[in-house]
Write a protein that binds this ligand. Structure first.
Ligand code: NAD
Ligand code: TYD
Length: 352
């Protein structure tokens, strides 16, 4: 079947894996990647598929209603997979307004443009919103898990803005009948993640013998999922998920930050050929993040039960692949850390 799918945020970390998967797996679909190319958007993440005949890139802001309306009309969009967002908790603490603008108003703008263009002819349409487990708040160290029924209780400006966007998506289903789906996923890791996030930041810092800033005592727990497993889940849910449902996606893979950091240090040292223990001294405990959520842990059993999805990679395998990728793609990292790619895209797209 032919489809025209709008993927927002496709130049970011997770979005680039979703775009790649869809472009390669569904040659009969037209994939429109709409991205503003903020500091986090990087077209180098998609170099391998940028010339594919079923792929189109549009540089635009999801908050720009007129442009988004035009994109729906021009490309006859019948499905949306919405990933564009401001995504880093630490930035949200410094600049909450940008998070409200993009994550809340941007999502609302997309919903409104879809509603107007689809004009209640909902058959075959789908608006799939990608969200986070952080909307559920924080858990204690008591073995409890976030389920799809867990009450929303966001703490950071990032998670508050994501929670708000989730509510708007559900409101468009409940009020207008729009065929929506929401998924809430745990922490992703893998290639092409912007090096402000824990894993790529620490790999790069170890490589350059820089300190590894561990917030607080390092006791906080996160559930980690390899990004390609998230992309596979998105593919499955986009095609087979039930309208108006929520699915939690997770790795069944909880790690205390400090334990995870020790695994990263050990793996990087081994792959760089350093004697074991070389980089242990880089671990530096620093002031905790304000409002730092203690523990996130996802119960992804509904997705397993209803659609048969499971993570395919063991964590040890995923971390090994990830560390290797960053070490072998130092040029990708250097372009970001030197700010080169931002200059390049500004000059390339300044007339659009
Ligand atoms: P990212 O920061 O790597 O990428 C975000 C992308 O969105 C970038 O390409 C950026 O240019 C684009 N963007 C930002 N503002 C925009 C705007 N106003 N208009 C158009 N494009 C804009 O983020 P990510 O880690 O890939 O996360 C993608 C989505 O998945 C987000 O919605 C995030 O909340 C969600 N999520 C992320 C994780 C994770 O661990 N990274 C986990 C669960 C859910
Ligand atoms: P992060 O990758 O920012 O994801 P999130 O906050 O959305 O879970 O951080 C993962 C965990 O690592 C989180 O508990 C905060 C911690 N952290 C550090 O200890 N030091 C760092 O420099 C960063 C970026 C994160």
């Amino acid at each position: 079947m032919k489809r025209n799918i709008l993927i927002t945020g496709g130049a970011g970390f997770i979005g680039s894996h979703v775009v790649r998967l869809f472009v390669n797996k569904y040659p009969e679909y037209r994939i429109i990647n709409l991205d503003k190319l903020t500091y986090a958007g990087n077209l180098a993440n998609l170099r391998d598929i940028e010339h594919a005949p079923n792929y189109t890139f549009v540089r635009a802001d999801i908050c720009d209603l007129e442009t988004i309306r035009e994109v729906f009309r021009r490309y006859e969009i019948d499905g949306v997979i919405h990933l564009a967002a401001e995504s880093h908790v630490d930035r949200s603490i410094k600049d909450p307004f940008t998070f409200a603008r993009t994550n809340v108003m941007g999502t609302l703008t997309l919903l409104q443009a879809a509603k107007e263009y689809w004009n209640e002819a909902w058959e075959g349409k789908r608006f799939y919103h990608i969200s986070t487990d952080e909307v559920y708040g924080a858990l204690e160290f008591d073995g409890s898990l976030f389920t799809e029924e867990t009450r929303y209780n966001p703490h950071s400006p990032y998670s508050a803005a994501k929670a708000s966007s989730d509510h708007f998506v559900r409101a468009y289903h409940d009020t207008y009948g729009m065929p929506t789906i929401v998924t809430n996923c745990s922490n992703n890791y893998g290639p092409y993640q912007f090096p402000e996030k824990l894993i790529p930041l620490f790999i790069n810092n170890i490589r350059h013998s820089r300190p590894l800033p561990v917030y607080g005592t390092g006791e906080n727990v996160r559930d980690w999922l390899y990004v390609e497993d998230h992309a596979r889940a998105i593919d499955l849910i986009f095609h087979r998920g039930k309208i108006a449902e929520t699915y939690n996606i997770g790795g069944f893979n909880e790690w205390k930050n400090i334990d995870l950091i020790r695994v990263i240090v050990k793996t990087v040292d081994r792959l760089l050929g350093n004697p074991e223990g070389t980089s242990d001294k880089l671990i530096t405990f620093v002031t905790d993040r304000a409002g730092h959520d203690l523990r996130y842990a996802i119960d992804a059993s509904k997705l397993k039960r209803e659609l048969g999805w499971e993570p395919s990679l063991q964590f040890e395998e995923g971390i090994e692949k990830t560390v290797r990728w960053y070490l072998e793609n130092q040029e990708w990292m250097d372009q970001i850390t030197s700010g080169e790619y931002e200059k390049y895209y500004d000059s390339m797209y300044k007339n659009r």
